[in-house]
Design a protein around this ligand. Structure first.
Ligand SMILES: O=c1[nH]c(=O)c2[nH]c(=O)[nH]c2[nH]1
Length: 320
């Protein structure tokens, strides 16, 4: 019978796509975050799969409720790395039989609307604009398998869907030429990509919550370039955009590695940086049938943006 030849080799469950919006009012000066949260659990949950034993199941509905509860009570809710760590720590601390929590947080962009003030542009105290489709991402794993007072956290963070384009200083030559090759070498082309970045910190020990309701989550001193350093995400976005703009690109591969190296060199506790860069092709339109020249790469003016297929260039740089 089939149940004799297979075993449960992996099990993890929880809630996905929990949408959370939080406002923090500092008088008339309001702060907001909007998150998409995923919270998954591992532990002694085997019998829920193998014996239909729900007594070991923290309902995914409860996991959703805990997510909203922490969005209310956590002093760290405005910083996605800290909120994710607080939520994951809460989950493994609250339930004796849950040994690992995996929390991902995607933060949507909401920036203050600039308005004209007496001395130039000012940020509005409570009106915001979605000024980009890119998201800030955080992924944490809190591991309590060595004991509830010896929590180890692995954290990665990054960016998704950061759409960029440049109209020159991108070339692609010297690639393999054989009977399958139709691509022409170009010393000048449009380069466009939707940037996904994920950088990883070395695992850290997390102090277990000290109170009975596991609501406490003490934050240690801010080590520069560590997960506690709130400037890391801003530096990573800035470095990514600056390298994209200023690198005289020989290929997506070479530009990617330059970006990843800069992330590692600027952040002392980042162990690795991974990018996934689709090469979103823009094809010069052939207008020679009209007697119009539009195919010389540096002079082409009309392009056909191609949604699919795209190249997909990925790599990870790791600290030596
Ligand atoms: O930067 C690039 N890398 C490639 O690997 C590749 N392949 C291709 O067709 N165009 C490009 N461009």
């Amino acid at each position: 019978m089939s149940h004799e030849i297979s075993v449960l080799s992996h099990a993890r469950y929880g809630k996905d796509k929990v949408r959370v919006f939080r406002v923090v009012r500092e008088g008339k000066w309001h702060h907001i975050v909007e998150y998409n949260v995923q919270a998954l659990l591992e532990g002694d949950i085997r019998t829920s799969y193998t014996e239909a034993d729900n007594s070991v199941v923290v309902a995914t509905d409860s996991i959703k409720n805990i997510t909203y509860y922490l969005a209310k009570i956590s002093p760290h809710v405005l910083i996605p790395e800290r909120f994710a760590l607080h939520l994951a720590t809460h989950l493994v601390s609250k339930y004796a039989h849950i040994h690992k929590a995996f929390v991902t947080v995607e933060q949507l962009r909401w920036s203050r609307i600039p308005i004209s003030g007496e001395q130039g542009p000012e940020d509005h105290p409570h009106a915001f604009i979605r000024d980009g489709d890119d998201k800030r991402t955080v992924s944490v794993e809190v591991d309590a398998s060595k004991g509830k007072d010896k929590l180890v956290a692995s954290v990665s963070a990054g960016i998704s869907d950061l759409l960029v384009l440049k109209t020159t200083e991108s070339a692609f030559t010297n690639f393999v030429r054989d009977k399958y090759t139709t691509l022409k070498e170009v010393d000048d082309r449009i380069l466009s990509t939707s940037i996904d970045l994920s950088y990883t910190f070395a695992p850290i020990e997390i102090a277990a919550p000290t109170d009975a309701d596991v609501e406490e989550f003490p934050i240690p001193a801010e080590l520069p370039g560590s997960v506690w350093d709130i400037t890391v995400p801003r530096k990573a976005r800035k470095a990514t955009l600056e390298i994209f703009a200023t690198d005289n690109s020989a290929s997506v591969q070479a530009t990617l590695f330059t970006m990843a190296q800069r992330i590692i060199s600027e952040n002392a506790h980042v162990q690795s940086a991974s990018y996934a860069l689709p090469n979103k092709h823009y094809i010069p339109v052939d207008m020679s049938y009209l007697g119009i020249e539009n195919l010389v790469p540096s002079k082409a003016e009309v392009f056909m943006p191609i949604a699919a297929p795209s190249g997909l260039i990925t790599a990870t740089a790791t600290r030596k």
